[in-house]
Design a protein around this ligand. Structure first.
Ligand SMILES: *[C@@H]1O[C@H](CO)[C@@H](O)[C@H](O)[C@H]1NC(C)=O
Ligand SMILES: *[C@@H]1O[C@H](CO)[C@@H](O)[C@H](O)[C@H]1NC(C)=O
Ligand SMILES: *[C@@H]1O[C@H](CO)[C@@H](O)[C@H](O)[C@H]1NC(C)=O
Ligand SMILES: *[C@@H]1O[C@H](CO)[C@@H](O)[C@H](O)[C@H]1NC(C)=O
Ligand SMILES: *[C@@H]1O[C@H](CO)[C@@H](O)[C@H](O)[C@H]1NC(C)=O
Ligand SMILES: *[C@@H]1O[C@H](CO)[C@@H](O)[C@H](O)[C@H]1NC(C)=O
Ligand SMILES: *[C@@H]1O[C@H](CO)[C@@H](O)[C@H](O)[C@H]1NC(C)=O
Length: 420
């Protein structure tokens, strides 16, 4: 279970790795796969981090990538948390500390800015001219831990909360402190971070600024797996306790539940989040399907292997399970759907994980749509209050013909991740 969780990845991150690899090891085919106009952005290391006790798992300095806004967007800020799973015990964190998931020394120093991070108005109509920041993920607990593990021979920093604070403090004098509009977003474990830090974020920007938050593929559900085990719940319980996350969870939420660690689940914390929030998620999120709903521990014989790679290969009983997962997600979102007047939602039925950072799912001629609306249009309409209703829920699989159903494992990206 732990192995599965920690090797998670986001589609966009894979895309970046794929691009980087394509640039490094240019086989004949890659000439055709290289996209023109690809914006690559330099890494900035946070020099004042040690003074704040902010370190990556391995002790390296936290980092981000910033591309400056211009024109009408010069005083608007988009902050995007990188994703990439979690580590919830000493062994998996030690392992992670030796990879690009736990050390900025091992990360790519240039990141592709595409989708919501693109600077091209025809690819990213509403945020292209904002200041756009990608916050690198190297703590393993969605930027919410605050602890250290030390036993004489081994030292691990669980300082995600400090990393978040150090990066914000670094950005304030660069203009964030005078922002007019701000959007805190993130994908996967970064999408969870957007839930965990949304309220917090408002403290740092001017009180008259417009602050909103967006979670992409971060609505991790408190759902039993197919063996009726609480796989996600026990994973998060270990994560919260190992990395000292509980004190950074929403206090209103932890005060309201008998098991405060459950407040790491967005479905429990959501009603306490004050700024307007947009929830972007697939109802069949591939990561949750593979690691939460049908972890290999619950399917030791691999009955689900083909279905996991291709929804068309699922049998009727498996489809029922997937439809049940979708229903439970919609139930968990029902109050938000009904009562959050300023909230937005885009729950589509594509087999996907992270749809805002990759250009083809964010905004393109053949991007996924609900009611003919792309994700970029839905998020932009919501942010700028261009419509009265901002909540889109797709019909159940397989009705949506605009899906790409790109499942990471059947692309080269799965391999790339394994090779790292
Ligand atoms: C922006 O994207 C469009 C569509 O891909 C492309 O035709 C155009 O050249 C791009 N502009 C710049 C400045 O890269
Ligand atoms: C990379 O960013 C740093 C600031 O973080 C800057 O000083 C440096 O010149 C940049 N390098 C390139 C090649 O753009
Ligand atoms: C410290 O912890 C690591 C990882 O669990 C272990 O390999 C090592 O033996 C421990 N060292 C001591 C002195 O206990
Ligand atoms: C917020 O207030 C400051 C100081 O009064 C002002 O300069 C700024 O334009 C205001 N920002 C917005 C978004 O209204
Ligand atoms: C449930 O979890 C326990 C403990 O991890 C494990 O031993 C058991 O095999 C699991 N059962 C199923 C049906 O997945
Ligand atoms: C959280 O609790 C504080 C103090 O108890 C209260 O003032 C505030 O309104 C609560 N926030 C929400 C969103 O419930
Ligand atoms: C869907 O939206 C596109 C533009 O994004 C438009 O050209 C097309 O006419 C729309 N189709 C329908 C059926 O409304």
């Amino acid at each position: 279970m732990v192995t599965e969780m920690k090797t998670t990845m986001t589609k966009s991150v894979n895309a970046v790795v794929a691009v980087t690899l394509a640039l490094l090891t240019c086989a004949p085919w890659c000439i055709y796969s290289q996209q023109p106009h690809q914006l690559m952005v330099n890494m900035t290391t946070v020099r004042n981090a040690p003074a704040l006790g902010a370190f990556c798992l391995d002790g390296s300095l936290p980092a981000y990538h910033i591309h400056r806004g211009f024109g009408a967007g010069a005083r608007n800020w988009l902050l995007q948390f990188e994703g990439g799973g979690w580590c919830n015990d000493i062994d998996s964190c030690l392992e992670r500390a030796k990879t690009r998931r736990g050390s900025t020394h091992l990360m790519s120093k240039w990141e592709v800015f595409s989708g919501i991070l693109s600077n091209n108005a025809s690819l990213n109509p509403d945020f292209y001219n904002w200041n756009r920041v990608k916050i690198r993920y190297c703590d393993g607990a969605s930027f919410a831990g605050d602890a250290v593990y030390k036993n004489g021979t081994t030292l691990l920093y669980f300082r995600g909360q400090k990393i978040w604070e150090a990066i914000i403090l670094d950005l304030l004098p660069k203009g964030l402190g005078k922002a007019r509009k701000a959007l805190l977003s993130g994908c996967s474990a970064g999408g969870l971070a957007a839930f965990l830090h949304c309220d917090d974020f408002t403290k740092y920007v001017p009180s008259n600024a417009s602050v909103k938050c967006l979670s992409d593929a971060g609505f991790f559900l408190d759902e039993r797996d197919i063996g009726l085990n609480h796989t996600m719940r026990s994973f998060y319980k270990d994560l919260v306790s190992l990395q000292g996350v509980e004190k950074n969870l929403d206090k209103n939420c932890t005060g309201s539940l008998p098991f405060p660690e459950l407040c790491i689940f967005p479905q429990y914390a959501l009603r306490f989040i004050t700024p307007p929030f947009f929830i972007l998620n697939s109802a069949y999120d591939v990561y949750q399907f593979h690691h939460g709903l049908v972890p290999s521990s619950a399917d030791p014989r691999g009955h689900w292997n083909r279905c996991k790679l291709d929804p068309a290969a699922c049998n009727p009983a498996q489809l029922d399970v997937l439809q049940g997962f979708r229903r439970d997600m919609l139930v968990a979102l029902a109050l938000f759907y009904k009562y959050s007047a300023r909230g937005g939602m885009y729950i589509n039925s594509c087999f996907a994980h992270c749809q805002s950072e990759s250009q083809d799912t964010w905004f393109g001629v053949d991007s996924p749509r609900i009611h003919n609306k792309t994700i970029a249009e839905a998020v932009g309409d919501w942010y700028f209050s261009r419509r009265i209703t901002n909540k889109e829920v797709d019909c159940a699989y397989p009705c949506d013909t605009t899906c790409h159903n790109l499942i990471p494992a059947n692309t080269s990206s799965g391999l790339v991740e394994d090779l790292n």
